[in-house]
Write a protein that binds this ligand. Structure first.
Ligand SMILES: Nc1ncnc2c1ncn2[C@@H]1O[C@H](COP(=O)(O)OP(=O)(O)OP(=O)(O)O)[C@@H](O)[C@H]1O
Ligand SMILES: [Mg+2]
Length: 430
């Protein structure tokens, strides 16, 4: 009979352990048919006694395959080897350890590359710090970002694996994440179910809640800073603007934070009105904007400058009054930016039918103009939205996505489409 010998099992109890271990029993099964790995099948006593224990001192005999022990050792080592054991291996790598694959991000402070660790094969993101303009040593903003990242340990917050210096450039090394929320939401063909949206939003709230319990304000919540991997894990990244809250007596002192923070479209009204004693609520506004964006695929307030941004907020949420926000008139730029007329809120008429009643209720609480009335992350996690049907679902849409979508690639795709369209127009008119 041709073909591989059939799998046969022998009863271990019959023989002395000295001669046997598990590997003899599964010759063509678990260990595969590669004879290099393996001793040959033991020659068992033949005849009627073959299935019974040998009597007295009788021992089975077997022959060794032509294989050196060295090979067996090496292959076993391969199976159990872990990246942490790196120092134990002889590494013969020429050039940099990280092989760059492509660019995945272009931030204000530097470029982000997808790269592969040549030794472990692990994919990483390398975030290059911009140092060219630094004449006075390592930038304090970068060391603040690194310090904060090192203090975090949560599944929904990105982890800094290491730092790398290469040709006078400094890089932060992160585990690679296939997508970011901005990149995904811009692809109309990617369909996300309501249960999946709930899952995304819950992970986002968990991450923010962790930061807020550690008294850290992120100060740049937006889709491109929310990463997703292929397993459906969400991680908040980009702590370039984040800071730990000051420990002060708020009755007598003001924390005096800078209000030049947060990407314009996600900036809350208190910052647009010049507040410098804001708190964790500024992140919650951004989270509220993202909840709406999960459903509409567009940023809800798209201003062109600071003043226009405030008008965009007033257009949908209504103008502010001292009834709902008693001390709003004490904000530095309140008088300067006082609107001429009162506008009612159009929030319900615009989004009431798009979201479920509980989801709409949560969105209203996240987007409260008065920061004191804005729901906190821990309260939001207990909101009935999370227990109403449909319940949160595993992110199955991720396994169907073609390509990897970060804001960077999405921008590139939009530019190509625009150029193709323009070309078509000129062809038609020509
Ligand atoms: N670990 C990662 N895996 C994959 N992509 C990443 C990772 N970290 C960042 N990116 C991509 O690179 C982009 C820029 O990264 P990041 O936000 O950290 O830099 P930044 O310079 O502070 O950006 P910006 O100023 O635009 O907010 C992100 O929007 C994301 O698409
Ligand atoms: Mg960013």
């Amino acid at each position: 009979m041709s073909g591989p010998p059939r799998f046969q099992r022998y009863d271990k109890r019959h023989y002395n352990d000295e001669y046997y271990d598990d590997r003899y029993y599964y010759r063509n099964d678990y260990y595969g048919q590669d004879q290099r790995y393996y001793y040959d099948e033991p020659r068992l006593p033949t005849g009627p006694r073959a299935t019974t224990a040998p009597r007295g001192n009788a021992q089975p005999t077997f022959k060794r395959a032509k294989v050196s022990n060295k090979n067996v050792m090496e292959d076993e080592e391969e199976d159990t080897w872990q990246p942490e054991m790196l120092f134990m291996r002889h590494v013969d790598i020429k050039g940099p350890v990280f092989e760059r694959i492509n660019q995945v991000g272009e931030g204000t402070y530097g470029k982000v590359y997808k790269a592969k660790n040549k030794i472990t094969g692990q994919l990483v993101a390398l975030k290059r710090l911009r140092l060219e303009s630094e004449r006075e040593g390592f930038p304090i903003t970068a060391s603040r970002e690194i310090g904060l990242l090192q203090s975090f340990d949560h599944p929904n917050i990105v982890g800094l694996s290491e730092m790398m210096v290469e040709k006078n450039a400094v890089y932060m090394v992160f585990t690679y994440m296939n997508h970011d929320l901005a990149g995904i939401l811009q692809q109309a063909e990617i369909v996300i179910s309501d249960g999946e949206k709930k899952n995304i939003f819950k992970q986002l709230l968990r991450g923010i809640n962790y930061l807020h319990t550690k008294k850290v304000i992120h100060r740049d919540i937006k889709g491109s800073n929310i990463l997703l991997d292929e397993k459906g894990v969400l991680k908040i990244t980009d702590f370039g603007l984040a800071r730990r809250m000051k420990n002060i007596n708020s009755n007598v002192e003001s924390p005096n934070y800078t209000n030049r923070v947060i990407t314009l479209w996600y900036r809350p009204p208190e910052i647009l009105l010049g507040s410098t004693d804001y708190g964790r609520e500024v992140d919650i506004w951004g989270i509220g904007c993202l909840l709406i964006e999960l459903f509409t695929r567009h940023a809800i307030f798209q201003g062109t400058d600071e003043v226009d941004q405030l008008w965009k907020v007033y257009d949908i949420m209504g103008t502010i009054t001292t009834d709902e926000w008693p001390d709003c008139d004490k904000l530095p730029w309140f008088e300067m930016l006082r609107p001429n007329s009162h506008k009612p809120s159009l929030f319900r008429s615009k989004f009431g039918s798009l979201l479920s009643p509980q989801c709409f209720d949560l969105a209203t609480k996240l987007l409260s103009k008065n920061p004191k009335n804005r729901i906190s992350a821990s309260e939001a996690l207990r909101h009935p939205y999370f227990v109403e049907e449909p319940l949160e679902q595993k992110l199955q849409f991720l396994s169907k996505i073609e390509g990897e979508w970060h804001e960077f690639e999405a921008k590139k795709k939009r530019k190509l489409l625009r150029e193709a369209k323009q070309k078509e127009m000129t062809n038609v008119s020509g």
